[in-house]
Write a protein that binds this ligand. Structure first.
Ligand code: SF4
Length: 223
C-alpha cells in the first residue's frame, strides 16, 4: 500500500500535469448540473453535452421537467446509454425537487440528494462540490482506477472504501480540485486500456505501471 506521503507526492505531480482540470459537463444552473450528472452515468461527458442543450431548452428547470412526458424526454436523450431509465429518473427527480420546494437550487445535504432517483454518492459529491464548493471526492471510474493502480487501496476495494481512503490521504481543501485532477489524469493519461506508462512522471510511485512496462518490453523483445 502506498503511504500517504508518497501518494501526496504523486498527486502533486498529477496536479501539475493538469492544472486547468475542471468538470466537462455543460450547465447553467445547479438543477442542470444535477440532470447532466445523472445522464453521465456510464456515458461520456461529450455524449451528454450533445443532448443537454436541446433538453434544457425544452425543460430549463425542475418545474418544467416535473410535468414532462416520458416519451418526449426519451426522444431528447435517446443517444445516451440507459436512456429509458435515465428519462424516468430525471422526471422523478424533478418531481421530488418540486415536492420539496426546490423549484430553484438544490438541497445542500448529501444524504437528501441521494434520496433522488438516479442520484448516488458520486453524483451528490459532484454537484455539491461544483455548485456549492462543499468538499467531497466523487469516485468515478477514473478515480477508482488510479487509486487502485497507485495502490492507495486494494484492487477489490469498494467505491466507498476508495472515497474514504482518498479523503483520509488528501487534505479537505483539496478534495474537489484533486477529484478533477485525477479524472483528467485518468481520462487523458492513465487510461483504462493503454495507460501511457512509458511517459508517466509518476511511474516511480506506481508498481502497476512498472509491471505494465516490463510486460510491454518483453512483448517487444519477442517481436
Ligand atoms: S505508471 Fe502507468 S499505470 Fe501508473 S499512474 Fe502512470 S500511466 Fe498510470
Amino acid at each position: 500500500m502506498i503511504s500517504k506521503k508518497k501518494f501526496l507526492e504523486a498527486l502533486e505531480i498529477i496536479d501539475n500535469m493538469f492544472p486547468e482540470a475542471h468538470g466537462e459537463l455543460n450547465w447553467q444552473t445547479a438543477f442542470q448540473l444535477l440532470i447532466a450528472t445523472i445522464l453521465s452515468a456510464q456515458a461520456t461527458d461529450v455524449g451528454v453535452n450533445k443532448v443537454t442543450p436541446a433538453l434544457f431548452k425544452r425543460y430549463p428547470d425542475a418545474l418544467s421537467l416535473s410535468k414532462a412526458d416520458l416519451d418526449e424526454v426519451e426522444s431528447y436523450i435517446r443517444t445516451i446509454g440507459l436512456y429509458h431509465n435515465k428519462a424516468k429518473n430525471i422526471i422523478k427527480t424533478a418531481q421530488k425537487l418540486v415536492e420539496w420546494g426546490y423549484t430553484e437550487g438544490l438541497p445542500k445535504d448529501k444524504k437528501k440528494l441521494q434520496e433522488l432517483p438516479g442520484v448516488g454518492r458520486k453524483t451528490a459529491n459532484v454537484v455539491l462540490g461544483e455548485v456549492y464548493a462543499i468538499p467531497g471526492i466523487a469516485v468515478d471510474t477514473h478515480v477508482e482506477r488510479i487509486a487502485k493502480r497507485l495502490d492507495v487501496v486494494n484492487a477489490d476495494a469498494t467505491v466507498l472504501q476508495v472515497e474514504e481512503k482518498l479523503m483520509a490521504y488528501i487534505p479537505e481543501d483539496r478534495w474537489v480540485s484533486s477529484h478533477h485532477h485525477l479524472i483528467f489524469f485518468g481520462r487523458y493519461h492513465c487510461t483504462a486500456k493503454n495507460p501511457h506508462c512509458e511517459a508517466c512522471p509518476v511511474i516511480g510511485y506506481c508498481k502497476y505501471g512498472q509491471n505494465f512496462q516490463k510486460v510491454a518490453q518483453k512483448g517487444d523483445i519477442k517481436k
